[in-house]
Design a protein around this ligand. Sequence first.
Ligand code: NAD
Ligand code: TYD
Length: 341
Amino acid sequence: MTKLFITGGAGFIGSAFVRLLLNERPDVELINFDALTYAGNLDNLADLESKRHHFVRGDIVVREDVLANLPQDCDAIINFAAESHVDRSIASAGEFLRTNIIGTQVLLDAARERNVRRFVQVSTDEVMGSLPEDDLSYFTEDSPFAPNSPYAASKAAAEHFVRAAHHTFGVDTVITRCGNNYGPRQFPEKFLPLTISNAMHNDTIPIYGDGLNVRDWIYVDDHCRGILAALEKGKSGSVYNLGARNERKNLEVVHSLLDTLGKPRTLLNFVKDRPGHDRRYAIDPSLAETELDWRPLESWESGLAKTIDWYQQNPTWIERTRSGAYQDYYKNQYGVEVRTT
Ligand code: NAD
Ligand code: TYD
Protein backbone atom coordinates (compact mmCIF):
# COMPACT_ATOMS: atom_id res chain seq x y z
CA MET A 1 0.00 0.00 0.00
CA THR A 2 1.12 3.55 -0.76
CA LYS A 3 0.42 5.72 2.30
CA LEU A 4 -0.37 9.38 1.72
CA PHE A 5 -1.04 12.27 4.08
CA ILE A 6 -3.35 14.77 2.36
CA THR A 7 -3.99 18.12 4.02
CA GLY A 8 -7.04 20.25 3.19
CA GLY A 9 -8.84 17.27 1.70
CA ALA A 10 -12.29 18.53 2.75
CA GLY A 11 -11.94 21.63 0.59
CA PHE A 12 -12.72 22.13 -3.07
CA ILE A 13 -9.57 20.83 -4.78
CA GLY A 14 -8.39 18.54 -1.98
CA SER A 15 -11.67 16.61 -1.97
CA ALA A 16 -11.47 16.18 -5.76
CA PHE A 17 -7.94 14.87 -5.35
CA VAL A 18 -9.02 12.38 -2.68
CA ARG A 19 -11.84 11.21 -4.99
CA LEU A 20 -9.38 10.79 -7.86
CA LEU A 21 -6.96 8.77 -5.72
CA LEU A 22 -9.63 6.43 -4.37
CA ASN A 23 -11.04 5.86 -7.86
CA GLU A 24 -7.81 5.49 -9.80
CA ARG A 25 -5.16 4.24 -7.35
CA PRO A 26 -6.38 1.04 -5.66
CA ASP A 27 -3.04 0.68 -3.85
CA VAL A 28 -3.35 4.04 -2.07
CA GLU A 29 -4.43 4.48 1.54
CA LEU A 30 -4.71 8.02 2.82
CA ILE A 31 -5.10 10.19 5.88
CA ASN A 32 -7.22 13.23 5.03
CA PHE A 33 -6.15 15.87 7.56
CA ASP A 34 -8.30 18.99 7.57
CA ALA A 35 -9.19 21.64 10.16
CA LEU A 36 -12.70 22.13 8.74
CA THR A 37 -12.57 25.90 8.52
CA TYR A 38 -15.48 27.71 6.84
CA ALA A 39 -14.18 26.30 3.53
CA GLY A 40 -13.83 22.69 4.67
CA ASN A 41 -16.99 20.68 4.30
CA LEU A 42 -17.59 17.05 5.13
CA ASP A 43 -20.42 17.07 2.59
CA ASN A 44 -17.61 17.20 0.02
CA LEU A 45 -16.60 13.69 1.11
CA ALA A 46 -20.06 12.25 1.67
CA ASP A 47 -19.99 10.02 -1.43
CA LEU A 48 -16.59 8.54 -0.52
CA GLU A 49 -17.03 5.37 1.42
CA SER A 50 -13.75 3.56 1.46
CA LYS A 51 -11.69 1.74 4.03
CA ARG A 52 -8.66 3.36 2.41
CA HIS A 53 -9.81 6.89 3.37
CA HIS A 54 -9.33 8.07 6.96
CA PHE A 55 -10.57 11.55 7.77
CA VAL A 56 -8.97 13.34 10.75
CA ARG A 57 -9.92 16.80 11.91
CA GLY A 58 -6.66 18.60 12.62
CA ASP A 59 -4.71 21.80 12.13
CA ILE A 60 -1.48 21.77 10.12
CA VAL A 61 -0.04 24.48 12.37
CA VAL A 62 -0.20 22.18 15.42
CA ARG A 63 2.95 20.07 15.21
CA GLU A 64 1.85 17.46 17.78
CA ASP A 65 -1.40 16.80 15.89
CA VAL A 66 0.43 16.46 12.59
CA LEU A 67 2.99 14.04 14.05
CA ALA A 68 0.31 12.06 15.87
CA ASN A 69 -1.52 11.41 12.62
CA LEU A 70 1.31 11.12 10.13
CA PRO A 71 1.88 7.42 9.42
CA GLN A 72 5.39 6.18 10.31
CA ASP A 73 5.96 4.86 6.81
CA CYS A 74 4.32 7.71 4.91
CA ASP A 75 5.15 7.89 1.21
CA ALA A 76 4.12 11.49 0.63
CA ILE A 77 2.53 14.59 2.08
CA ILE A 78 0.40 16.56 -0.37
CA ASN A 79 -0.36 19.99 1.05
CA PHE A 80 -3.64 21.52 -0.11
CA ALA A 81 -4.54 23.10 3.24
CA ALA A 82 -4.68 26.86 2.96
CA GLU A 83 -6.64 30.01 3.35
CA SER A 84 -7.42 30.43 -0.32
CA HIS A 85 -9.50 33.53 -0.98
CA VAL A 86 -7.82 36.79 -2.07
CA ASP A 87 -10.64 39.03 -0.80
CA ARG A 88 -10.41 37.57 2.68
CA SER A 89 -6.64 38.11 2.71
CA ILE A 90 -7.22 41.77 1.89
CA ALA A 91 -9.69 42.06 4.75
CA SER A 92 -7.35 40.32 7.22
CA ALA A 93 -4.07 38.52 6.54
CA GLY A 94 -3.39 36.83 9.90
CA GLU A 95 -4.87 33.41 9.14
CA PHE A 96 -3.04 33.40 5.79
CA LEU A 97 0.31 33.78 7.50
CA ARG A 98 -0.61 31.17 10.09
CA THR A 99 -1.89 28.38 7.86
CA ASN A 100 -0.19 29.08 4.55
CA ILE A 101 3.29 29.85 5.86
CA ILE A 102 3.70 28.43 9.36
CA GLY A 103 1.54 25.40 8.56
CA THR A 104 3.67 24.58 5.52
CA GLN A 105 6.86 24.78 7.58
CA VAL A 106 5.37 22.51 10.26
CA LEU A 107 4.60 19.93 7.56
CA LEU A 108 8.10 20.23 6.07
CA ASP A 109 9.65 19.64 9.49
CA ALA A 110 7.40 16.62 10.02
CA ALA A 111 8.37 15.25 6.60
CA ARG A 112 12.03 15.56 7.50
CA GLU A 113 11.65 14.10 10.97
CA ARG A 114 9.73 11.08 9.68
CA ASN A 115 11.65 10.54 6.43
CA VAL A 116 8.55 11.02 4.30
CA ARG A 117 9.55 10.11 0.76
CA ARG A 118 8.10 13.15 -1.03
CA PHE A 119 6.48 16.51 -0.24
CA VAL A 120 4.10 18.10 -2.77
CA GLN A 121 3.16 21.74 -2.29
CA VAL A 122 0.02 22.86 -4.12
CA SER A 123 0.73 26.46 -5.09
CA THR A 124 -0.69 29.08 -7.39
CA ASP A 125 0.24 31.15 -10.43
CA GLU A 126 -0.57 34.20 -8.29
CA VAL A 127 2.91 34.01 -6.74
CA MET A 128 4.14 35.42 -10.07
CA GLY A 129 1.89 38.48 -9.96
CA SER A 130 0.12 40.00 -12.93
CA LEU A 131 0.88 39.87 -16.66
CA PRO A 132 0.36 42.73 -19.10
CA GLU A 133 -3.03 42.81 -20.74
CA ASP A 134 -3.52 41.57 -24.31
CA ASP A 135 0.02 40.45 -25.01
CA LEU A 136 1.50 37.02 -25.59
CA SER A 137 3.51 36.68 -22.38
CA TYR A 138 2.94 33.69 -20.11
CA PHE A 139 4.05 32.54 -16.69
CA THR A 140 6.80 29.94 -16.90
CA GLU A 141 8.52 28.12 -14.06
CA ASP A 142 11.30 30.73 -14.34
CA SER A 143 9.06 33.78 -14.05
CA PRO A 144 10.10 35.98 -11.13
CA PHE A 145 8.09 36.07 -7.93
CA ALA A 146 5.88 39.17 -7.73
CA PRO A 147 2.98 38.40 -5.39
CA ASN A 148 0.52 41.28 -5.20
CA SER A 149 -2.14 40.21 -2.69
CA PRO A 150 -1.56 39.05 0.89
CA TYR A 151 -2.84 35.62 -0.22
CA ALA A 152 -0.28 35.45 -3.04
CA ALA A 153 2.47 36.69 -0.71
CA SER A 154 1.69 33.93 1.78
CA LYS A 155 1.76 31.26 -0.94
CA ALA A 156 5.05 32.67 -2.29
CA ALA A 157 6.54 32.57 1.21
CA ALA A 158 5.42 28.95 1.58
CA GLU A 159 7.15 28.11 -1.71
CA HIS A 160 10.37 29.65 -0.42
CA PHE A 161 10.25 27.40 2.65
CA VAL A 162 9.65 24.36 0.45
CA ARG A 163 12.60 25.34 -1.70
CA ALA A 164 14.76 25.89 1.40
CA ALA A 165 13.81 22.46 2.83
CA HIS A 166 14.94 20.85 -0.42
CA HIS A 167 18.12 22.86 -0.73
CA THR A 168 19.24 22.76 2.90
CA PHE A 169 17.95 19.42 4.15
CA GLY A 170 17.49 17.42 0.97
CA VAL A 171 13.74 16.98 1.42
CA ASP A 172 12.29 15.53 -1.80
CA THR A 173 9.89 18.30 -2.84
CA VAL A 174 7.74 19.15 -5.85
CA ILE A 175 5.75 22.37 -6.25
CA THR A 176 2.78 22.71 -8.59
CA ARG A 177 1.36 26.10 -9.61
CA CYS A 178 -2.06 26.33 -11.09
CA GLY A 179 -4.47 28.97 -12.34
CA ASN A 180 -8.14 29.42 -11.47
CA ASN A 181 -9.92 26.13 -10.86
CA TYR A 182 -13.59 25.53 -11.51
CA GLY A 183 -15.85 22.55 -10.91
CA PRO A 184 -18.16 20.99 -8.32
CA ARG A 185 -17.93 21.82 -4.60
CA GLN A 186 -16.14 25.19 -4.82
CA PHE A 187 -17.11 27.48 -1.97
CA PRO A 188 -19.43 30.14 -3.41
CA GLU A 189 -17.29 33.12 -2.46
CA LYS A 190 -15.10 32.45 -5.50
CA PHE A 191 -16.18 34.08 -8.73
CA LEU A 192 -17.56 31.14 -10.69
CA PRO A 193 -19.66 29.40 -8.00
CA LEU A 194 -20.72 32.80 -6.64
CA THR A 195 -22.05 33.70 -10.09
CA ILE A 196 -23.87 30.38 -10.49
CA SER A 197 -25.30 30.46 -6.98
CA ASN A 198 -26.43 34.11 -7.16
CA ALA A 199 -27.90 33.65 -10.64
CA MET A 200 -29.83 30.58 -9.46
CA HIS A 201 -31.29 32.78 -6.69
CA ASN A 202 -31.86 35.75 -9.05
CA ASP A 203 -29.41 37.77 -6.92
CA THR A 204 -27.12 40.35 -8.48
CA ILE A 205 -23.55 39.34 -9.38
CA PRO A 206 -20.76 41.68 -8.28
CA ILE A 207 -18.31 42.48 -11.08
CA TYR A 208 -15.14 44.12 -9.84
CA GLY A 209 -13.94 47.11 -11.86
CA ASP A 210 -14.50 46.87 -15.61
CA GLY A 211 -14.83 43.06 -15.63
CA LEU A 212 -12.00 42.74 -18.16
CA ASN A 213 -9.46 41.03 -15.89
CA VAL A 214 -8.23 37.79 -17.39
CA ARG A 215 -7.96 34.46 -15.59
CA ASP A 216 -6.64 31.14 -16.94
CA TRP A 217 -9.31 28.55 -16.05
CA ILE A 218 -8.77 24.84 -15.49
CA TYR A 219 -11.26 22.12 -14.58
CA VAL A 220 -10.53 20.86 -11.06
CA ASP A 221 -10.10 17.20 -12.04
CA ASP A 222 -7.53 18.15 -14.67
CA HIS A 223 -5.60 20.07 -12.02
CA CYS A 224 -5.78 17.03 -9.71
CA ARG A 225 -4.46 14.73 -12.45
CA GLY A 226 -1.56 17.15 -12.86
CA ILE A 227 -0.79 17.03 -9.13
CA LEU A 228 -0.91 13.23 -9.24
CA ALA A 229 1.49 13.22 -12.20
CA ALA A 230 3.83 15.56 -10.31
CA LEU A 231 3.68 13.29 -7.27
CA GLU A 232 4.45 10.19 -9.30
CA LYS A 233 6.77 11.51 -12.01
CA GLY A 234 8.00 14.97 -11.00
CA LYS A 235 11.72 15.60 -10.57
CA SER A 236 12.78 16.31 -7.01
CA GLY A 237 13.15 20.03 -6.38
CA SER A 238 11.07 20.96 -9.42
CA VAL A 239 8.23 23.40 -10.01
CA TYR A 240 5.50 22.60 -12.56
CA ASN A 241 2.97 25.05 -13.95
CA LEU A 242 -0.40 23.42 -14.58
CA GLY A 243 -2.70 25.24 -17.00
CA ALA A 244 -5.26 24.45 -19.67
CA ARG A 245 -4.43 27.30 -22.11
CA ASN A 246 -7.83 28.76 -21.36
CA GLU A 247 -7.65 32.53 -20.82
CA ARG A 248 -11.01 34.26 -20.33
CA LYS A 249 -12.07 37.77 -19.38
CA ASN A 250 -14.36 37.81 -16.34
CA LEU A 251 -17.24 39.27 -18.35
CA GLU A 252 -16.90 36.49 -20.92
CA VAL A 253 -17.12 33.91 -18.10
CA VAL A 254 -20.16 35.50 -16.53
CA HIS A 255 -21.96 35.90 -19.87
CA SER A 256 -21.44 32.19 -20.67
CA LEU A 257 -22.80 31.22 -17.26
CA LEU A 258 -25.86 33.48 -17.48
CA ASP A 259 -26.65 32.33 -21.02
CA THR A 260 -26.43 28.66 -20.01
CA LEU A 261 -28.57 29.26 -16.93
CA GLY A 262 -31.09 31.28 -18.97
CA LYS A 263 -30.66 34.33 -16.71
CA PRO A 264 -30.60 38.00 -17.83
CA ARG A 265 -27.47 40.14 -17.99
CA THR A 266 -29.29 42.73 -15.91
CA LEU A 267 -28.12 40.69 -12.89
CA LEU A 268 -24.60 42.10 -13.40
CA ASN A 269 -23.69 44.67 -10.77
CA PHE A 270 -20.48 46.62 -11.48
CA VAL A 271 -18.91 47.47 -8.11
CA LYS A 272 -15.69 49.18 -7.09
CA ASP A 273 -12.56 47.29 -8.00
CA ARG A 274 -10.69 44.91 -5.70
CA PRO A 275 -7.64 46.75 -4.26
CA GLY A 276 -4.48 45.69 -6.11
CA HIS A 277 -6.55 43.54 -8.51
CA ASP A 278 -4.22 41.49 -10.77
CA ARG A 279 -5.05 42.16 -14.40
CA ARG A 280 -4.09 38.96 -16.17
CA TYR A 281 -2.90 35.42 -15.44
CA ALA A 282 -1.78 33.07 -18.22
CA ILE A 283 0.16 29.85 -17.77
CA ASP A 284 2.61 28.11 -20.07
CA PRO A 285 2.19 24.42 -19.13
CA SER A 286 4.83 23.09 -21.60
CA LEU A 287 7.14 21.69 -18.94
CA ALA A 288 4.38 19.63 -17.29
CA GLU A 289 3.26 18.44 -20.72
CA THR A 290 6.72 17.18 -21.64
CA GLU A 291 8.16 16.00 -18.29
CA LEU A 292 4.97 14.69 -16.69
CA ASP A 293 3.19 13.65 -19.89
CA TRP A 294 0.12 15.46 -18.55
CA ARG A 295 -2.65 17.13 -20.55
CA PRO A 296 -6.01 18.52 -19.44
CA LEU A 297 -8.89 16.34 -20.65
CA GLU A 298 -11.78 18.77 -20.25
CA SER A 299 -12.64 21.55 -22.69
CA TRP A 300 -14.01 24.84 -21.32
CA GLU A 301 -17.44 23.99 -22.73
CA SER A 302 -17.59 20.45 -21.32
CA GLY A 303 -16.14 21.55 -17.97
CA LEU A 304 -18.62 24.41 -17.60
CA ALA A 305 -21.54 22.15 -18.50
CA LYS A 306 -20.48 19.60 -15.84
CA THR A 307 -19.97 22.36 -13.28
CA ILE A 308 -23.33 24.05 -13.81
CA ASP A 309 -25.07 20.69 -13.81
CA TRP A 310 -23.51 19.78 -10.46
CA TYR A 311 -24.65 23.01 -8.76
CA GLN A 312 -28.13 22.61 -10.20
CA GLN A 313 -28.32 19.03 -8.91
CA ASN A 314 -27.04 19.99 -5.44
CA PRO A 315 -29.15 22.90 -4.13
CA THR A 316 -28.78 21.72 -0.53
CA TRP A 317 -24.99 21.98 -0.74
CA ILE A 318 -25.34 25.56 -1.97
CA GLU A 319 -27.86 26.53 0.71
CA ARG A 320 -25.56 25.24 3.44
CA THR A 321 -22.49 27.01 2.14
CA ARG A 322 -24.43 30.25 1.64
CA SER A 323 -25.39 30.21 5.28
CA GLY A 324 -23.64 33.35 6.37
CA ALA A 325 -19.93 32.71 6.23
CA TYR A 326 -19.24 35.41 3.71
CA GLN A 327 -22.14 37.84 3.44
CA ASP A 328 -20.82 40.31 6.01
CA TYR A 329 -17.56 40.59 4.12
CA TYR A 330 -19.31 41.35 0.85
CA LYS A 331 -21.52 43.93 2.47
CA ASN A 332 -18.61 45.77 4.09
CA GLN A 333 -16.23 45.59 1.19
CA TYR A 334 -18.45 45.99 -1.83
CA GLY A 335 -21.82 47.09 -0.48
CA VAL A 336 -23.36 43.91 -1.92
CA GLU A 337 -26.14 42.04 -0.16
CA VAL A 338 -25.83 38.27 -0.49
CA ARG A 339 -28.93 36.28 0.26
CA THR A 340 -28.56 33.49 2.78
CA THR A 341 -31.79 31.59 2.37
P1 NAD B 1 -10.47 25.69 -0.13
O1 NAD B 1 -10.51 27.00 0.57
O2 NAD B 1 -11.69 25.19 -0.82
O3 NAD B 1 -10.05 24.52 0.91
C1 NAD B 1 -9.01 24.69 1.83
C2 NAD B 1 -9.09 23.53 2.82
O4 NAD B 1 -8.01 23.66 3.75
C3 NAD B 1 -10.39 23.52 3.63
O5 NAD B 1 -10.93 22.22 3.66
C4 NAD B 1 -9.95 23.96 5.02
O6 NAD B 1 -10.76 23.41 6.07
C5 NAD B 1 -8.52 23.44 5.06
N1 NAD B 1 -7.68 24.20 6.01
C6 NAD B 1 -7.57 25.54 6.14
N2 NAD B 1 -6.72 25.84 7.14
C7 NAD B 1 -6.26 24.65 7.64
C8 NAD B 1 -5.36 24.31 8.66
N3 NAD B 1 -4.74 25.25 9.40
N4 NAD B 1 -5.12 23.00 8.90
C9 NAD B 1 -5.75 22.04 8.18
N5 NAD B 1 -6.64 22.32 7.19
C10 NAD B 1 -6.89 23.61 6.94
O7 NAD B 1 -9.23 25.78 -1.11
P2 NAD B 1 -9.03 25.13 -2.57
O8 NAD B 1 -9.61 26.04 -3.58
O9 NAD B 1 -9.43 23.72 -2.53
O10 NAD B 1 -7.45 25.24 -2.70
C11 NAD B 1 -6.61 24.16 -2.30
C12 NAD B 1 -5.16 24.56 -2.52
O11 NAD B 1 -4.96 24.88 -3.89
C13 NAD B 1 -4.73 25.80 -1.73
O12 NAD B 1 -3.42 25.57 -1.25
C14 NAD B 1 -4.74 26.91 -2.76
O13 NAD B 1 -3.81 27.92 -2.44
C15 NAD B 1 -4.36 26.16 -4.02
N6 NAD B 1 -4.86 26.73 -5.28
C16 NAD B 1 -6.20 26.97 -5.44
C17 NAD B 1 -6.65 27.47 -6.65
C18 NAD B 1 -8.14 27.71 -6.90
O14 NAD B 1 -8.51 28.16 -8.00
N7 NAD B 1 -9.03 27.41 -5.98
C19 NAD B 1 -5.75 27.74 -7.69
C20 NAD B 1 -4.38 27.47 -7.48
C21 NAD B 1 -3.96 26.96 -6.27
P1 TYD C 1 -11.59 34.84 -7.53
O1 TYD C 1 -12.55 33.72 -7.74
O2 TYD C 1 -11.63 35.56 -6.23
O3 TYD C 1 -10.14 34.26 -7.83
P2 TYD C 1 -8.71 35.04 -7.93
O4 TYD C 1 -8.85 36.41 -7.43
O5 TYD C 1 -7.85 34.20 -7.04
O6 TYD C 1 -8.34 34.99 -9.38
O7 TYD C 1 -11.82 35.93 -8.67
C1 TYD C 1 -11.70 35.61 -10.05
C2 TYD C 1 -11.86 36.90 -10.82
O8 TYD C 1 -13.20 37.39 -10.66
C3 TYD C 1 -10.96 38.03 -10.31
O9 TYD C 1 -10.55 38.83 -11.43
C4 TYD C 1 -11.85 38.84 -9.40
C5 TYD C 1 -13.21 38.70 -10.06
N1 TYD C 1 -14.38 38.71 -9.14
C6 TYD C 1 -15.47 39.54 -9.43
O10 TYD C 1 -15.48 40.30 -10.41
N2 TYD C 1 -16.55 39.50 -8.58
C7 TYD C 1 -16.58 38.67 -7.48
O11 TYD C 1 -17.60 38.67 -6.73
C8 TYD C 1 -15.45 37.83 -7.21
C9 TYD C 1 -15.43 36.93 -6.01
C10 TYD C 1 -14.37 37.88 -8.07
